[in-house]
Design a protein. Structure first.
Lengths: 115, 113
């Protein structure tokens, strides 16, 4: 596709439920990133993948959060036992590692609301 | 740890220049970026600068980098109402072994007609 796409654009769930958020990166981009943006804040890094493997997951807040990228393209961010504090916009980005700029291109985000 | 700070608000009149400032703490930062976020939209890359540069100009945008003071600024010439948005600076340091970006809290620019 032309850019990074994310689905769903909005997700409302109840406390304690499980959610999955999907990201489709730019075709051919080897790196994929997840960020979380709370209201009035800048994006905060969660995890990034090089190919299929998680190269840095230091930003995941706890073990309720998990992400996969099984074929090195689409990624899914999974949140178990959601809490109200998980409400935020979850942003996905992709980049072509190895270029001089390593610029990350962002998707429109998924707004998660936990009631 | 790494930290990036920005002032929260800026208001300018249409046609004036806007200057958005950013300070960062990681002296090893290699790349510095400016992104624009409009309501309900994702982050749009505006421009970037390498740490070995002092200035970069791209049409109405001028980026200035003062490495000694760890200060980055974005100047928008002839600001238009369409420039109203939140502007984020971000830094990265791939030599540290990770490609994550550290973002500031964003500066909300309001352009008055």
């Amino acid at each position: 596709g032309a850019g990074v796409s994310q689905t769903p654009s909005n997700k409302v769930t109840e406390k304690g439920k499980y959610v999955e958020l999907r990201c489709d990166p730019i075709s051919g981009h080897t790196a994929l990133y997840w960020y979380r943006q709370s209201l009035g804040q800048g994006p905060e890094f969660l995890i990034y993948f090089q190919g299929t493997g998680a190269a840095d997951d230091s930003g995941l807040p706890n073990d309720r959060f998990f992400a996969v990228r099984p074929e090195g393209s689409v990624s899914t961010l999974k949140i178990q036992r959601t809490e109200r504090g998980d409400s935020a916009v979850y942003l996905c980005a992709s980049s072509q590692l190895g270029t001089s700029t390593d610029t990350q291109y962002f998707g429109p985000g998924t707004r998660l609301t936990v009631l | 740890g790494e930290d990036v700070e920005q002032s929260l608000f800026l208001s300018v009149r249409e046609g004036d220049s806007s200057v958005i400032n950013c300070t960062y703490t990681d002296s090893s930062s290699t790349y510095l970026y400016w992104y624009k976020q409009e309501p309900g939209a994702g982050l749009q890359l505006l421009t970037y600068i390498f740490s070995n540069m002092d200035m970069k100009q791209d049409q109405r945008l001028t980026v200035l980098l003062n490495k000694k003071d760890k200060h980055l600024s974005l100047r928008i010439a002839d600001t238009q109402t369409g420039d109203s948005a939140i502007y984020f600076c971000a830094e990265s340091n791939p030599t540290s072994g990770t490609y994550k970006y550290i973002f500031g809290t964003g500066t909300r620019l309001k352009v008055l007609a």
